[in-house]
Design a protein around this ligand. Structure first.
Ligand code: FAD
Length: 294
């Protein structure tokens, strides 16, 4: 049976949606962890879950398998991520058709990052160069697929300017992107400013803030350098104070994210998207219950 469209859920929602992002496990131990974390989060009743798409050949099939596992475990709808990296149009078409034939109706359409060791994204000779091309490609093949697209509150690292980044985002939405999920950020002001600018440029699609509860100062710095997120001094100080104690660091990270969520909910966001990264988020569940009342 075909899954519900996330665009419909967003349109019908009377209260903000909650969604989680997983990555496809690489081996049996990873699969066990993935299943455990997905199961532990089930009582928080996410409205949808998503699975990222890796650049390497083997992880592609595992995105599909991980999506299928989540569906069988009762998580639905599931959004399958797809990137343009290293794939010809025929290969992309085959993945899109498999997703569609399995009954999935939601795809996060992305360009993807350059493969490890390369600094610039180079499209496959017979592939697609940008996410807007992928959205158009998907919608032409299956108009009833709901496409999500990525947005960057602190501007994509390769963008020529904040304005050009927003204009290309508008193009992704105009091509059929039904909603935007943002890159992670730790200071909500960047999200509010981004949303304001997006609206000024005529982007009407719902914009879901993406949040990653930090688990250590090391991880925080790594993630921030990967995506260019600004690090609030108060968060860095609190994680420094937690030192080498992983439980304390996790508590600091979760408190920070919960405060971000509470503030975002006060600003009428259409939902919250959490980057789970297949890690146990036990202390997060009660806080989410409090924030979302479920
Ligand atoms: P695009 O929208 O194509 O933008 C890339 C850059 O090109 C930007 O600087 C933009 O300003 C510019 N640009 C856009 N369109 C044009 C155009 N037509 N002409 C010229 N310039 C243009 N990566 C993965 O590998 N797998 C995943 O599953 C994954 N999931 C993600 C989920 C979310 C919610 C987010 C925010 C990111 C995710 N990423 C993932 C990372 C993403 O692939 C990278 O950030 C990538 O560098 C850009 O992807 P994009 O879809 O935003 O690209």
């Amino acid at each position: 049976m075909a899954e519900r469209l996330i665009s419909e859920l967003l349109a019908e929602a009377r209260s903000p949606l909650l969604s989680y992002e997983f990555f496809p496990p690489k081996d049996d131990a990873g699969m066990d962890q993935f299943k455990k974390v997905a199961e532990a989060l089930k009582p928080t009743r996410p409205d949808f879950v998503t699975v990222t798409f890796g650049a390497g050949g083997s992880t592609r099939a595992s995105t599909f398998q991980a999506c299928q596992h989540l569906r069988e475990a009762g998580h639905t709808p599931v959004m399958h991520h797809l990137t343009c990296v290293g794939s010809s149009r025929d290969e992309l078409a085959s993945i899109i058709d498999s997703v569609y034939d399995a009954g999935m109706r939601n795809i996060m359409a992305l360009r993807g990052d350059p493969p490890k060791g390369e600094t610039r994204f180079r499209p496959h000779p017979d592939g697609l160069g940008h996410a807007n091309d992928l959205v158009r490609f998907i919608k032409k093949r299956h108009p009833d697929i709901c496409c999500g697209v990525a947005g960057y509150p602190e501007t994509h690292q390769e963008a020529l300017s904040p304005e050009s980044d927003i204009l290309y985002l508008k193009d992704k939405v105009d091509m059929g992107g039904a909603f935007v999920t943002t890159q992670l950020f730790y200071d909500n002001r960047s999200f509010y400013d981004f949303t304001k600018r997006a609206r000024e440029w005529g982007i009407r699609a719902p914009i879901l803030p993406g949040l990653l509860p930090p688990i250590s100062l090391k991880q925080l710095r790594r993630m921030a350098s990967m995506c260019g997120a600004a690090l609030p001094a108060a968060l860095v100080r609190a994680l420094e104070k937690a030192g080498d104690d992983p439980d304390k660091a996790q508590e600091v990270g979760i408190n920070w994210t919960v405060n971000q969520i509470k503030d975002l909910l006060k600003h009428d966001v259409p939902g919250i998207h959490l980057y789970i990264l297949n890690r146990s988020k036990a202390p997060l569940a009660p806080a989410l219950k409090e924030c979302f009342g479920r």
